[in-house]
Design a protein around this ligand. Structure first.
Ligand code: AMP
Length: 196
């Protein structure tokens, strides 16, 4: 199986690139942000609890997101692979994911980080907020808080995968197709190694 963690701060282009990667490599896309927004839209208890945290740019508890991902992995037993987008965001989530995949007889193949600087992120998110309807993309202070939350809590996740020899980075600034090609180059070399 090919199990990729697509890593990067809010606005790095994870959603756009995930869409292209799932088409090319026939993967299932699991975005915890999208799953949480569906819960909010459906008015579930989980959604209600998550909403106030999300509206304040804070992370939802680990157990909640691990539980959602566990359900989705179970529902897709016959998948050829997954792209995890926006997850794991903390080291306990990464550990939970390792355990979960191990129980399914598989593992993370690689974490690929999209590198984009904070100023570019703020610019992109404010622009996205004009059309996405996402309240957390319309307020600059909140955007900066989300990026800060990412830098504080999520950066150690990169170290976690680096410690397993499973981390690589791609420049996330530039043409969408060029960034996509750089991601494909990383994935293709990984697949070659898997086949050896
Ligand atoms: P995203 O769409 O990935 O930018 O996520 C939007 C918001 O959902 C984040 O700011 C968090 O409040 C929450 N969220 C999404 N994924 C996670 C996660 N893996 N852990 C905790 N909170 C999350």
């Amino acid at each position: 199986m090919l199990n990729i963690v697509l890593f990067g701060p809010p606005g790095a282009g994870k959603g756009t690139q995930s869409q292209k990667l799932i088409d090319k490599y026939n993967l299932i896309h699991l975005s915890t942000g999208d799953l949480l927004r569906s819960e909010i839209a459906a008015g579930t208890e989980l959604g209600l609890e998550a909403k106030s945290l999300m509206d304040n740019g804070l992370l939802v508890p680990d157990a909640v997101v691990i539980g959602m991902i566990a359900n989705k992995v179970k529902e897709n037993k016959h998948a050829t692979g997954f792209i995890f987008d926006g997850f794991p965001r903390t080291v306990p989530q990464a550990q939970g994911l390792d355990k979960l995949l191990q129980d399914h007889g598989t593992e993370i193949s690689c974490m690929i980080a999209l590198k984009v600087d904070d100023e570019e992120l703020t610019k992109r998110l404010l622009l996205r907020g004009q059309t996405s309807g996402r309240p957390d993309d319309q307020n600059e202070a909140l955007i900066r808080k989300r990026v800060q939350e990412y830098n504080d809590k999520t950066t150690p996740v990169a170290d976690y995968y680096a410690g397993q020899g499973k981390f690589c980075a791609v420049d996330g600034i530039g043409d969408i197709e060029e960034i996509f090609q750089a991601l494909c180059d990383q994935i293709d070399s990984l697949k070659e190694k898997q086949q050896k």
